[in-house]
Design a protein around this ligand. Sequence first.
Ligand code: EPU
Length: 337
Amino acid sequence: MITPHKDFNLKQYNTFGIDVTAALFFEVSTSKELIEAIQQIKANGIKHLILGGGSNILFTSNYIGAIIHPAIVGIDKVTDNDDYVELRVGAGVEWDALVEHTVSMGLCGLENLSLIPGTVGASPIQNIGAYGVEAKDTIEKVEGIYIDNLEHFSLNKQECKFDYRDSIFKNKLKGKVVVTHVTYRLSKRCNLITHYGNLEVELEKLGGKNLQNVRQAVINIRNTKLPDPKELGNAGSFFKNPLVDIKLVEELQEKYTQVPFYPVNDNMVKLPAGWLIEKSGWKGKRVGNVGVHKDQALVLVSFGNAAGQEVVELAHQIRQSVMELFNVSLEMEVNVV
Ligand code: EPU
């Protein structure tokens, strides 16, 4: 029978480095252990939370419930043909270890998602994305356990209802399932996606466009803009890039000639939240133990020993400034617990 840790410190289990505890902490390395943990949680009638790499979460107090940390590992080849390979991967595998593995095998699809912190199990939940690619582009299947009846589920790509930083797991199935495995389809015929930002410029410096260089270019760009959570607590982008009417961009262009934006359809565009925050004067600002990163305004940081509530208050002030100046509402990307 699996035994949980009691009053378990979570500082090493969240990339903001918030010093809080969980009443119970189950680290499960098989589906069987996962089912046992759920049974115990139900028997005790306590609330629960699934915690992967802790790279998209902000704790504001001790967690008075049970945390399940899926540590299911393994990368298994389930299909191999002339065009592609399918890999079924355990939810506990570190995301970038998977990317490195696929790139070293000459398989394409995940290279633009290099160096994203977190685990495989989280990749379908919020459909992680970077440099013009999203997890949904390669995910074929997501498997796991339903919490209410402990049965196995398997959803295909369409059933996962992927969208920008969104999926069925953040909506209809929120709190109802635990992901144990994700299957990715990786191509043997590479179609490298390099149009985003200054990826092409970085590739030039590395000597040209190939799979390994795309991974390296993404790593180089991320390292210049995004703080390493081991050095400075953070959870990547704190807000989503807001979807706005194209008319707003036309209005903004009268004052700011260089407004960056990404067209979504004929009427709507995504505005970079980092730009809105920078123009609101927050970039590089520090308030007590927390602040806005100096190189990427979309990233809120903790300078050690910050309470989660301090980050929430800073986020609130930023939202207010952006609302007052641009009449745009910023939605949090990070889960506040
Ligand atoms: N910008 C500024 N000031 C800033 C930051 C950004 O003006 O301080 C403007 C720049 O014009 C820049 C544009 O915003 O060209 C876009 O910035 P960037 O390329 O850094 O990307 P982003 O839109 O801020 C998104 C993702 C990131 C992902 C990058 C690269 C979201 C919420 N964030 O950020 O994902 O790495 O694109 O593809 O969509 C994450 O989700 O945690 C994350 C880091």
